[in-house]
Design a protein around this ligand. Structure first.
Ligand code: 5AD
Ligand code: SF4
Length: 467
């Protein structure tokens, strides 16, 4: 991909002088100021926002959810689907207006869009009032950029940096469940996907650094860690390590719950399944995107497995891991998808009876091979397929939830329910959301909950007091 030259820092030696020691007394500069942070996209972005929040708060800024009150607005963007850009551009319009009446107002863009050359060009040409664009590889430079306070537009995007930064600090959203990055980037190059271009090559963190982070989290009272990677089970290939070994070491820290997302079927080994089955604190939950049930489409997606291979892996997991929940991602309307191909997808959903699925209409992403493939399916047809798929997906999600009715399950209570403030919410081992009737002091604990109602997307339950 081509990066526009203007202002874009391609010289990686430049980064040396851009680190700052946040222990210095910088927070005076920013005390009395507020920030507004909006995050789009996946868990990786959510976790990056925790890093951004740490920097802003260490510099003395306070969070606000009223953008009009903010001095710094940070937008952490996602590029996975096309309509995301319209949302960001719409939001920038609002920021531009606010900036006109506010002399102390900075706009910062980061996330996957900031790694897209055509987006950078758009910001340079049409949105000069944006103060900083910072890439996904170099978020750690944000404090320095804020302190430098460059009156001109600053574009700091070190695309394809193979650097792995350790010891990153986070202002975590939860005190109960924590994200832990174990690797960055993706080497798979699925033909529809922008991620390998925006997040760069696969790079793994050192196992000892990951274990240190998990141990610290445990010491600080965290009950759950979710190991994060675009392709989490490809961990370690670049540094001669194995995901199964890492998983085992994380399990041996004794942290109560371990999860990991997202797994690629191609990288799932028997050893991984055995480790998951062996340790009680590794949750029996696997998110295993299939994307399509048609071998022809899978081939054109460059997914590296067939429907039959996926089913074999799926059945092995079901057999070896007690009560495992498996969810998936599915794309409909990939270029050239025939009705027969689509029926194969429905067939695989019926065979697997997934606990849940995220379903998407194919969205062409500029710069990816699939964007150039001939796409002769109408939007109406794609919407029809999505609707039909969702009906089947929801039927099986509901069916798997109904099986839990009247059972008493271990649930990690994570907080107050979004929908009903009188209720709490939490997750079963199989990652089912439960709305709970129970006392507030169970928040942060793993407790027994009796399931009283089951819907397609959540369960209702009552706290079983064993105290
Ligand atoms: N169009 C539609 N869906 C996509 N995904 C990734 N790229 C695209 C695209 N171009 C979906 C995949 C992936 C999930 C995170 O988003 O299903 O697993
Ligand atoms: Fe995208 Fe495929 Fe990598 Fe997932 S595995 S991030 S879908 S390229």
């Amino acid at each position: 991909m081509h990066l526009p030259d203007l202002n874009v820092a391609k010289d990686r030696t430049k980064k040396e002088n851009i680190y700052i020691d946040l222990n210095e007394n910088y927070n005076k500069v920013f005390s009395n100021k507020k920030y507004f942070l909006r995050t789009y996209g996946c868990q990786m972005n959510v976790h990056d926002s925790e890093q951004i929040r740490h920097y802003l708060e260490t510099l003395g800024l306070k969070s606000t959810d009223k953008i009009e009150e903010a001095n710094i607005v940070v937008l952490n963007t996602c590029a996975i689907r096309e309509n995301a850009r319209d949302k960001v551009v719409g939001f920038l319009g609002k920021c531009k207006y606010l900036k006109k009446n506010h002399e102390d107002f900075k706009i910062i863009l980061t996330g996957c869009m900031s790694e897209q050359p055509d987006f950078i060009e758009l910001i340079q040409k049409k949105h000069p009032y944006v103060d900083v664009v910072i890439g996904t590889h170099n978020i750690h430079q944000l404090p320095k950029l804020l302190i430098n306070n460059n009156p001109k537009q600053d574009i700091e995007v070190y695309s394809n940096s193979d650097e792995v930064i350790e010891n990153i600090q986070y202002a975590r959203d939860s005190k109960i469940s924590a994200w832990v990055n174990i690797m960055f980037g993706c080497d798979k190059f699925c033909t529809y996907c922008i991620v390998p271009y925006t997040r760069g090559r696969e790079r793994s963190r050192k196992p000892e650094e990951i274990i240190k982070e998990v141990k610290d989290l445990k010491k600080n009272g965290y009950k759950e860690v979710t190991l994060l990677g675009q392709n989490v089970n490809a961990y370690g290939k670049d540094i001669g390590e194995k995901f199964s070994d890492l998983l085992e070491k994380v399990a041996q820290t004794g942290i109560e719950r371990i999860r990991f997302v997202t797994s690629h079927p191609w990288n799932f080994t028997d050893e991984m399944i055995d480790v998951i089955a062996k340790y009680k604190n590794i949750m029996p939950y696997i998110h295993l995107p299939i994307q399509s049930g048609s071998n022809e489409i899978l081939k054109r997606m460059n997914r590296r497995y067939t429907k039959e291979e996926y089913l074999e892996l799926f059945n092995k997991m079901k057999k070896k891991i007690n009560n495992v929940s498996i969810t998936t991602d599915i794309i409909v309307g990939f270029p050239g998808e025939t009705d027969k191909d689509f029926q194969e997808t429905l067939d695989v959903v019926r065979k697997c009876e997934f606990d849940g699925a995220y379903t998407f209409i194919f969205s062409p992403r500029e710069g990816t091979p699939a964007a150039k493939m001939k796409d002769n399916i109408s939007l109406k047809e794609k919407e029809k397929r999505l609707h039909e798929l969702n009906e089947v997906v929801n039927y099986y999600a509901n069916k798997s939830n109904q099986k839990l009715l009247n059972k008493t399950l271990d649930v990690l209570v994570t907080g107050v329910s979004d929908k009903d403030n009188n209720k709490l919410c939490g997750y079963t081992e199989g990652m089912k959301l439960v709305n709970i009737s129970g006392p507030k002091d169970i928040i942060g604990s793993i407790v027994k909950i009796k399931i009283t109602d089951a819907k397609s997307f959540s369960l209702d339950g009552e706290y079983v007091d064993e105290r």
